[in-house]
Ligand binder design. Structure first.
Ligand code: PEP
Ligand code: MG
Length: 601
């Protein structure tokens, strides 16, 4: 992820003396453009001039005593009113913007607006102004106190720190008469380059004005990435050297390879844009089912989190569900739903596929369509009040996924009872897999519990120990599913939420590909399926490599399936194998991408 300049120096040329004169050299070729590399997040190619968000405001210093005693007694009430009014006007503006957009973008803006008028935060500001701090100092100090609290909580809560600092900057800007930070509205369609973008900056971006996003910080699971995905704006994060790109400079952003080229050759850029348009058109025209270039069938499935997503997926070309993240149904739930209530939730996801199978005239015995349900992956960045321990030093290495049964074995028993009930009611017999399995004994115990209910057991490959012992796991279960998000995090020992480690947290890392290859081989030897359901399956180029490594199905968000299907349809099994071999040999993710691209032709 280093900035590599292939440019030739353009310093002063010294003319040779007459005695040195030799035939004139051919004119020097134009210097190759400077190529910066980062982590690709949203595929697509875009060209445009660089724009940058307005700078963050200057913040006041907060003395150790919080600035107490600076404002005279009689003015303190007015100071509190200033702070309240500034926070209210920030919240109002954010809410107004939320009304102009939809989906995740609206939710992000509303959440940030809520934070601006959060009672806890304003209570702390009041406490500080009462003690005599000026409004701007009180807001800065209060925000810092809460951000630190969030940081010690880790995981998703730590990410809320970014939102809080954004709110602080906006409120302080209003209080001190500085420009409110944010994204400019460029007159020509541009590429937005930033250190990182606050959620409220990215939410509501207009894709007609902003053709691509490039950040020096940020990670593939951060807010910038989520919003860029929703808007379909090509996006590359963790780009080293992005800070040196000049406002107005033309850049070519490739959200598939993760590159940003400054001052690109415009003819080359036009060719790349055209190829990208063709790929998008192919994705739009793709209607499934999954096939490789030689016509070989290859199952493509959808990742879903609830009945609504399952209905969307069942209406599209995905053949089934490769990952139903059951924990996402219960994120805000404080008391464990009983078996009946859980069964209703699971049946909502099974039903659309049961209906589809029936409409297609399948045998109707529940085996003709594949729906893979994952048992509760509570913990780490998905804490669930009734299942997750409250204070863990290191939650991603803690009691998450299947490990929650160590504290409460009944949780799994009740969930499996509910799944069996949903299966009985819908007539669809799901495959059931456990997250965060680490040992053979865990796989064996889980498989027994699932089989006892007439369901098909499998385990996820997220902990490298399972990839290493894949053959032994397959003695107990009927399938494996590679969760490349966590497999990458644990193989590379890099927190998947850390913006500083995005280059390590890349499923193109050759070590991760080697673990995938090892698992797929074990599956082939055992004659059992090995799918991929992590984000890696949503990357069309990586999808070809995964097929070449020997996996037997891919599962991604329904919106990502057509691009993957269209790409696979252009690659023969031999080309996929060549791409996989080349990627495995590469020294780093960007070399692996380049090698795979070259092998696919
Ligand atoms: C994974 O780890 O790749 C996975 C699919 O699970 P999650 O992203 O929900 O942790
Ligand atoms: Mg996982």
């Amino acid at each position: 992820m280093t900035a590599t300049s292939h440019g030739t120096p353009t310093g002063t040329q010294v003319s040779p003396s007459p005695a040195q004169q030799t035939p004139p050299e051919p004119p020097a070729a134009d210097p190759a453009p400077q190529v910066l590399r980062g982590t690709p997040v949203v595929p697509g190619v875009a060209v445009g001039p660089v724009v940058r968000p307005a700078p963050r405001p200057r913040l006041p210093e907060v003395p150790e005593d919080g600035g107490a005693g600076v404002v005279p007694e009689e003015d303190r009430d007015a100071e509190i009113d200033h702070a309240r009014a500034a926070a209210a006007s920030v919240a109002e503006r954010l809410t107004a913007r939320a009304e102009r957009v939809e989906g995740d973008a609206a939710a992000v803006l509303r959440a940030t607006a809520q934070l601006a008028t959060d009672r806890g935060l304003l209570g702390e500001v009041r406490r500080r102004t009462r003690a005599g701090a000026s409004a701007d100092v009180a807001v800065t100090g209060a925000a810092e106190k809460f951000a630190q609290m969030f940081a010690t909580m880790g995981g998703l809560m730590a990410e809320r720190g970014t939102d809080l600092y954004d709110v602080r900057d906006r409120v302080v800007a209003v209080l001190t008469g500085q420009a409110e930070p944010g994204v400019p509205r460029p007159e020509v369609a541009s590429v937005l380059v930033a250190e990182d973008l606050a959620p409220a900056d990215t939410a509501g971006l207009d894709p007609a004005q902003v053709r691509a996003l490039v950040t020096r910080g940020g990670g593939p699971t951060g807010h910038t990435a989520i919003i860029a995905r929703q808007l379909g704006i090509p996006c590359v994060v963790a780009v080293d050297g992005a800070q040196d790109l000049l406002v107005g400079e033309m850049v070519l952003v490739d959200g598939t390879s993760g590159t940003v080229e400054a001052d690109p050759d415009l003819e080359v850029a036009a060719g790349r844009l055209e190829a990208d348009r063709a790929a998008r058109a192919a994705a739009a025209a793709w209607s499934g089912p999954g096939r490789l270039g030689d016509g070989t069938r290859f199952p493509l499935l959808a990742n879903v989190q609830d009945g609504a997503a399952a209905r969307v997926a069942a209406d599209g070309p995905a053949e089934g569900v490769g990952l139903f993240r059951t924990e996402l149904c219960f994120l805000g739930t404080t008391v464990e739903p009983d078996v009946e209530a859980q069964a209703a939730v699971y049946a909502e996801v099974l039903q659309p596929f049961a209906d589809r199978a029936r409409a297609a005239g399948g045998p109707g015995d529940g085996t003709d369509v594949k729906v893979v349900l994952r048992t509760l992956d509570a913990g780490s960045d998905k804490p669930i009040a009734y299942a997750t321990p409250e204070h863990e030093e290191n939650p991603s290495l803690g009691v998450r996924g299947l490990r929650v049964v160590r504290r409460d074995p009944g949780l799994l028993e009740r969930q499996l009872d509910a799944v069996a009930l949903a299966a009985e009611r819908t007539g669809l017999r799901p495959w059931v897999m456990a997250p965060m399995v680490a040992t053979e004994a865990e796989a064996q115990g889980f498989a027994a519990a699932v089989r006892a209910r007439g369901l098909v057991p499998g385990v996820m490959v997220e902990v490298p120990s399972v990839a290493l012992l894949a053959a032994r796991m397959l003695r107990h279960v009927d399938f494996l599913s590679l969760g490349t998000n966590d497999l990458t995090q644990y193989a590379m020992a890099a927190d998947r939420l850390s913006p500083d480690l995005a280059d390590l947290n890349d499923p193109w890392q050759p070590a991760v590909l080697a673990l995938v290859a090892m698992t797929a081989l074990a599956g082939q030897r055992a004659g059992k399926p090995v799918g991929v359901c992590g984000e890696a399956a949503a990357d069309p180029l990586l999808a070809c490599v995964l097929v070449g490594l020997g996996v037997t199905s891919l599962s991604a968000a329904a919106a990502a399936v057509p691009a993957v299907g269209a790409r696979l349809a252009t690659a023969t099994p031999e080309q996929c194998r060549a791409a996989a071999a080349a990627a495995l040999e590469a020294t780093d993710p960007s070399a692996a991408r380049a090698a795979a691209l070259a092998a696919l032709g």
